[in-house]
Write a new protein. Structure first.
Length: 500
């Protein structure tokens, strides 16, 4: 019997009433294992109304109450991390160790939310004029929404709602319909931790649910992570309806390898960053730019390592890379490799024919490596979101930087070098929001914010860190003048001496 994933509204499971369901597939077998209810606009309205009602008390709750609940949630999340990772593997396909890492990265933001008292401290200036003080404070927005992608079904929601809730907002999450179970499990753990009913809600669905959240007058802010075209749509639509928006889009992350770099370390980094999580992450390195005469040697080292990667079901401890999320996505990724030679690429590794014995119906693809890729090739221009690594050649550092800066994306980038001066120049000259120096995937820790530039971010705020706190609150300035008690009218004596 196929499982059904329902919505979570008002602190309990809410059965879908639309009669419309989406399939959830085990990517390793190709089997539909679960159905997820798709919300109507009315069901989204019900979730928002529940969140709005809960905000009346939650928005006035003490910081001590909020953080106490979040500390309990953190303990439960840690206790159930293996169970959550298993749900991720079953619906997304990533190997169990990758799924555990995802939960661990989400826990970092819960840690940050548990310490929100420091982030929400205001400022006070006294005696700005005679008996006049000015205070700056931050207050919650109300009902906020998160729309999250399939590639990190636990981590990305955890990048959003713990901070939003800690700041005093209530939350409506619309997770990916491809792997929805982790989101519901998080909701259950929040309820077990004592979060009041209605503070956190989950609605599943497609464009109908998304559009209603973007248009709903009671939703004050929208957080999104996904592809660039959808991020642009989310930003444009939600902004037109007067909402605050942070919409993180796609990427084409480059790794610049200088001639003085440790090529073994660079090759190790390229393989892990390009093929980890089957390349289905916005911080994957998908383009290596080899500078000078090192290109052939670097490509050979990458090839040697890539050929040893063990591909198999995510629940097999021997597997280092799992399948892709859907057959349609697998076929799209394969199309970039199949058309690469005609566009001038040298196909060093072609993973399009890969299968796993006993799992022939799974969404399998092997590792692909393309060398001497022209910047006009589709494999270079598009965010492939799969295990395909492009290698480009540059004669000089300046040529490599110019190539990277010409990309419309500006999410993350890295440089591999032993030269501190070159690394320092790169940090300042490169047009990207996150930079790694001999670090291939420069995802910031929880107390620094995550986000890119150019077509990788729409909106003014990055996610989590200080930007996250500012996004989920708004500032207020209070100017106060009080009369001195000594100036009280005659007949009132508070024991203060009269000044004459």
């Amino acid at each position: 019997m196929t499982n059904i994933v329902n919505h979570w509204i008002g602190g309990k499971s809410a059965e879908g009433v639309s009669g419309t369901y989406g399939p959830v597939t085990n990517p390793a077998t190709g089997e539909v294992t679960t159905k997820v209810a798709f919300a109507t606009a009315d069901e989204v309205d019900a979730a928002v109304a529940t969140a709005k009602e809960a905000y009346l008390s939650w928005g006035q709750s003490s910081l001590a109450q909020r953080t106490s609940i979040l500390f309990k949630f953190r303990a439960l999340l840690d206790e159930h991390r293996d169970e959550i990772a298993a749900l991720i593997t079953a619906e997304h396909g990533k190997v169990h160790s990758d799924a555990l890492g995802e939960v661990a990265r989400g826990l970092e933001i819960v840690d940050l939310a548990c310490g929100i008292t420091v982030q929400l401290k205001g400022e006070l200036s006294t005696q700005v004029a005679t008996r006049v003080d000015v205070a700056s404070i931050r207050q919650p927005l109300g009902v906020v929404a998160g729309i999250t992608p399939f590639n990190f079904p636990a981590m990305v929601p955890l990048w959003m709602f713990p901070l939003a809730i800690a700041c005093g907002n209530t939350f409506v999450l619309k997770p990916s319909e491809k792997d929805p179970s982790a989101a519901v499990k998080l909701a259950e753990l929040l309820s077990e931790a004592g979060l009041p009913d209605g503070v956190f809600n989950v609605v599943h669905g497609d464009k109908v649910a998304v559009d209603r959240l973007l248009e709903h007058p009671d939703v004050k802010a929208v957080s999104f992570v996904g592809s660039t075209p959808i991020a642009r749509y989310i930003h444009t639509t939600a902004s037109a309806h007067g909402k605050r928006v942070q919409a993180l889009g796609g990427a084409k992350n480059h790794m610049l390898v200088l001639p003085d770099a440790d090529l073994d370390a660079a090759a190790d980094a390229a393989v892990s960053a390009a093929y980890g999580s089957a390349g289905e992450r916005c911080m994957a390195i998908s383009a290596v730019v080899a500078v000078g005469a090192i290109g052939d040697e670097l490509v050979e080292k990458i090839r040697e390592r890539a050929e040893k990667i063990k591909i198999g079901p995510g629940d097999d401890p021997a597997s280092e890379m799992g399948p892709l999320i859907t057959k349609a996505h697998r076929d799209k990724v394969a199309s970039y490799v199949e058309g690469a030679a005609a566009e001038g690429c040298e196909v060093v590794l072609d993973g399009t024919g890969y299968t796993v014995d006993g799992y022939e119906d799974g969404h399998w693809i092997g590792l692909s490596l393309l060398d001497r890729v022209p910047t006009t090739a589709k494999a270079y221009e598009d965010e492939i979101f799969g295990p395909v690594l492009c290698v480009l050649r540059a004669e000089t550092y300046e040529e490599g930087v110019a190539l990277i800066n010409a990309s419309p994306f500006g999410n993350g980038t890295a440089i591999f070098t032993r030269d501190g001066g070159a690394a320092r120049r790169f940090q300042l000259e490169i047009e990207a929001g996150m930079v790694g120096v001999n670090v291939p995937i420069p995802v910031p820790v929880g107390y620094h914010s995550f986000g890119g530039w150019k077509d990788s971010l729409f909106g003014d705020h990055h996610i989590y860190g200080n930007d996250g706190t500012h996004f989920y609150t708004r500032g207020k300035v209070v100017t106060t003048r009080w009369p001195d008690p000594a100036d009280a009218p005659a007949g009132v004596d508070l024991g203060f001496p009269r000044n004459h």
